[in-house]
Ligand binder design. Structure first.
Ligand code: MN
Length: 428
């Protein structure tokens, strides 16, 4: 006799399913109608768990901080008040993140929100970003890339101010924001910023005091370069950015500022205000307020104008090769994490031997505009893009060497396996 097949029972399962569905719907309706808020339930359940698991560090203690203040604004148009106090309190609540805060740097860089017009623009920007990521990994810095205009009017060279300000708010655990332009490339991967020098300053920028503060009659808008600058995460910087931005496109006096700057800097090529000449103007017109806390660095290339640098790459490479042929310790293979230690050894050697041809720390392709491709017409044809590739390969050689490879020819991104004990055993 055939067994009755339970799956063939016509109705009871269907009825059961219908009943269960109705029951669930009824329950949900009851919960909603009694204003019992499900999301609130889940929220309190999970935040209760966070409270239990964390007294410090991540994801955060339950204590209220400046982040809970609805009045606090991330907008470049709203001044930040009592930032030092807000930040100090937050650090007190996060002792594990407060430890070592004075040495912590966040490198911030970025580009425009839309695709590049230049055919190889996005490729160049990607490689320039990789170059910065490499430098930051080697030196233990955090890095942030922004491709948004955080204020619709603050575009082009003004876009950095809102992102620097927002970064300071988002990262109370970092002491310095280091803005580096997309078109600036690290060409000495070992060089370490001499932060000890800047302990009494809040802004560090590549520039020359005599050009910024002296020569009142004949001022140049290139007395400093704002493409690579360090700014301390503090109230002074919040105020500085606030004042600085008021000369930019958000200002009602924007065009008027342009006239003032144009008449101050005879060599300024365009009529509207740019961030760089605005900064110089601020420094020398309010020297006590801003200049005293600004360190104009000229002893090394916090950024270096590419013309005059790129031609020397091969010669510099030869100089470093000779150094390593002579000093065996410098050519040893080592882990990437040991790079800073070897960098220190190399510095020591160069001081001892008086090596003159040093690698530029940062090569800055000012005037090239790799993304839109509208480079300064005084540069020949494709020179900008070719030289950027060479700078990228020059910097990259110092990175991929620790992975066992090298770009033999700086014009080409192709790599070769690096012989053991290079350069004692050469590539050729
Ligand atoms: Mn630049």
């Amino acid at each position: 006799m055939a067994k009755p097949n339970p799956r063939k029972k016509p109705c009871p399962d269907g009825l059961l399913l219908l009943g269960a569905t109705l029951f669930v719907l009824l329950l949900l309706w009851t919960l909603c109608s009694t204003r019992f808020h499900l999301t609130l339930f889940f929220h309190s359940y999970f935040s209760g768990r966070i409270n239990k698991t964390s007294s410090d560090g991540l994801p955060g203690p339950p204590d209220r901080t400046f982040y809970d203040d609805p009045e606090l604004s991330y907008s470049i148009e709203k001044p930040m008040k009592n930032w030092d106090e807000k930040r100090r309190k937050w650090l007190q609540l996060h002792p594990s993140l407060a430890a070592g805060v004075q040495d912590r740097i966040l490198l911030v860089t970025g580009s425009q929100p839309s695709p590049c017009k230049n055919r190889i623009g996005d490729h160049l920007l990607l490689r320039a970003f990789k170059n910065k990521v490499d430098y930051c990994r080697i030196h233990g810095h955090d890095i942030l890339y922004s491709n948004a205009h955080l204020h619709p009017k603050m575009d082009s060279y003004w876009a950095k101010l809102p992102i620097i300000r927002a970064s300071m708010v988002a990262h109370p655990e970092i002491e310095w924001v280091w803005w580096v332009d997309a078109d600036a490339i690290f060409t000495d991967m070992e060089f370490k910023l001499p932060m000890e020098k800047y302990k009494n300053h809040n802004l560090v920028v590549h520039g020359w005091p005599n050009m910024v503060y002296g020569d009142k009659e004949n001022k140049s808008w290139t007395g400093l370069n704002a493409g690579s600058l360090l700014i301390r995460n503090c109230q002074w910087s919040m105020d500085m950015i606030n004042e600085w931005a008021k000369m930019g496109p958000i200002s009602e006096n924007y065009e008027n500022w342009g006239k003032i700057l144009k008449s101050t800097f005879m060599d300024k090529p365009f009529p509207l205000p740019d961030d760089q000449s605005s900064l110089i103007y601020k420094l020398f017109t309010e020297k006590e307020r801003w200049g005293e806390k600004t360190y104009l660095e000229w002893e090394y290339e916090l950024e270096a104008y590419w013309v005059g640098v790129v031609e020397g790459y091969e010669e510099v490479r030869e100089e470093y090769k000779e150094m390593e042929e002579e000093e065996g310790g410098l050519r040893r293979r080592h882990a990437e994490k040991e790079s800073a230690w070897y960098g220190g050894k190399r510095e020591e050697y160069m001081r001892r031997k008086g090596v003159r041809k040093k690698r530029a720390f940062v090569t800055h392709f000012t005037g090239c505009q790799p993304c839109n491709g509208e480079h300064n017409p005084s540069y020949d044809g494709e020179k900008c893009w070719k030289e950027m590739e060479r700078a990228l390969n020059f910097g990259d050689n110092q990175v991929i060497r620790n992975y066992g490879f090298i770009h033999r020819d700086l014009h080409s991104s192709a790599v070769s396996l690096l012989p053991y004990d290079y350069p004692w055993f050469d590539l050729y």
